[in-house]
Design a binder for this molecule. Structure first.
Ligand code: GAP
Length: 515
């Protein structure tokens, strides 16, 4: 399957997600709400399974990690302490002619990406021309045209980073003008000044307008963990190092809302804060990098689709940071962030609340504010990674083609389709008995409509990993045919063994063992 910047593949992902009940535009009958999505009958199952796979890996496989579930509403000072009130901003710019709003940094990044694509195209063309002995690296370093594109692909990002760090918004506008960046929709270069725009959604709590308090919808779940650090540590008698995990909704008023569920205004995060002794944080940073990558790899979506992107420039409170990037249909992009956040958050909450958030270390006989390792992944982004990677067009051996949704079996919404070959001769009765037996341990679907071939094809498209067919022989041999979605091979399995046969292939505990 073609991947990088494959617009066609991305369009297919969007329409497949809708057609098969995975993702719908929110409020679609009212023409939708930008960057807000609903999950359909299959989507909710896939999402729940991803969340559960993460949750069990965190809280069940690690004796030193517990979970919590904190409220979306938090005291407004939380967001002052965390720095979100003052610094959770994106630089935005409006086009005066089209009245469209863009993120200034994204305009520059897109400019760079476009030139990187041009360079890659030139290199690919040359590779075709020169054949096997072609040295791509040497060509990129010596061919003037490629070098020109590469310069345009890298220099502006570095300049942008400097300007943003210096909070030089005039400089950012000047850069956009110098690069002659135009409104992607209209081509107009008539830009306003660049302004900072806070991404938090405000709301109010209280009975009347004059007594109401201003609140924010949380832009990350992490702060609920920080402010409960001591509650959990004391009530759970936790010893450092230990972790607290949480999944839940977060809200950001994203200016650039595109790429489907990749960047939404309402989304879900799965975050874990690991509290460690100061001075040991870089060791734990490396450990958590590896642990998180192992979790991703266990799903079998291709090791080549993941890479680390270490941050050179870090937020002032972090002393190490990396992203796990995934090869989405629009290229490698951040899927998960892993940060060594020092004691920044707990210290800030100590200062703003006046309460101590410290751990008494009996070995050292002293109290300290722990350092924190954070792993933070967007559930919706993981959903998109899984879904887009699984949607495959295949050429079949005997000719013909098929489209199949090769979801990791552990995440698939329906684990097995139970299909009587015919709607008669007692076959539906046997099929229903099988459903009644399996439904206690997995999601199964009963279907009797259409030919067996059509039903197989429908379940391939739906992502169901196994189809179980009950035929006339079943009455004699008490066995069924199990068809594997990915290999399309069929195996005869005794009904008495069917549950364990399927469980060993789809159950979460079996997959968790692969981590
Ligand atoms: N507590 C740290 C934190 O929130 P972040 O890099 O801003 O860090 C973490 O977000 C993860 O949340 C990202 O790696 C991404 O997967 C997901 N995420 C962030 N913004 C998102 C959005 N607007 N829509 C969907 N997922 C988002």
């Amino acid at each position: 399957m073609a991947k990088n910047n494959d617009q066609d593949q991305f369009k297919k992902v969007l329409s497949h997600a809708k057609e098969y009940g995975y993702v719908f535009q929110s409020s679609e009958i009212y023409d939708g709400l930008s960057a807000v999505y609903d999950y359909g009958q299959n989507g909710v199952e896939l999402k729940k399974n991803i969340r559960e796979y993460w949750w069990q890996a965190m809280t069940q496989l690690n004796q030193d990690i517990v979970g919590i579930d904190t409220a979306i509403f938090m005291h407004p000072t939380v967001w002052k302490a965390s720095g979100h009130v003052d610094a959770f901003n994106d630089p935005l710019i409006d086009n005066k002619d089209s009245k469209k709003r863009y993120r200034a940094d994204v305009l520059v990044e897109d400019y760079c990406e476009k030139h990187l694509q041009k360079a890659n195209k030139e290199i690919a063309k040359a590779a075709k021309r020169f054949g096997e002995d072609f040295d791509a690296k040497m060509y990129a370093e010596t061919n003037p045209r490629v070098m020109g594109y590469m310069k345009k692909a890298t220099e502006p990002t570095a300049r942008l980073a400097q300007l943003l760090e210096a909070e030089d918004l005039e400089g950012v506008k000047a850069l956009i003008e110098e690069l002659e960046i135009a409104d992607p929709d209209t081509g107009s270069k008539n830009w306003t000044d660049v302004r900072q725009f806070n991404l938090m959604f405000g709301t109010k709590i209280g009975a009347s307008a004059d007594t109401a308090t201003d609140l924010f919808l949380r832009p990350e779940t992490a702060q609920g963990i920080f402010v409960n650090f001591l509650n959990v540590q004391k009530s759970g008698r936790m010893k450092i190092p230990f972790g607290i995990a949480q999944t839940g909704k977060a809200f950001r008023n994203e200016i650039v809302a595109r790429q489907f569920i990749f960047r939404q205004r309402e989304f879900e995060q799965m975050e874990m804060q690991y509290f460690v002794k100061p001075g040991t944080e870089l060791k734990w940073f490396e450990i958590w990098k590896e642990k998180r990558m192992a979790w991703h790899r266990s799903l079998g979506m291709g090791d080549e689709n993941y890479r680390f992107h270490d941050h050179e420039k870090m937020a002032h409170y972090a002393n190490a940071a990396t992203d796990i990037e995934f090869d989405f249909p629009f290229g490698f992009k951040e899927l998960e962030g892993i940060h060594s956040r020092t004691d920044f958050d707990l210290k800030a909450h100590e200062e703003h609340s006046g309460k101590k958030l410290q751990f008494f270390d009996h070995e050292d006989n002293k109290s300290y504010v722990p350092y924190v390792l954070e792993t933070s992944i967007g559930l919706d982004r993981m959903f998109l990674a899984v879904f887009s990677n699984s949607l495959v067009d295949e050429k079949l051996d005997g000719g013909g083609e098929r489209t199949v949704l090769k979801l990791p079996a552990v995440l698939a919404p329906v684990k097995a389709a139970i299909l009587p070959l015919l709607k008669k001769d007692g076959l539906p009765e046997i099929a229903n008995e099988i459903v009644d037996e399996l439904k206690w341990s997995m999601n199964v679907a009963y279907e009797e409509k259409d030919s067996i071939g059509k039903r197989y094809a429908r379940h391939d498209l739906n992502g169901t990993p196994y189809c179980v067919t009950i035929d006339h022989d079943t009455k004699e041999d008490h066995a069924v045919t199990v068809r594997d979605r990915d290999t399309m091979t069929q195996e005869r399995v005794a009904i008495k063994d069917l549950k364990s046969y399927l469980e060993s292939r789809v159950s979460m505990s079996e997959w968790l063992r692969k981590i």
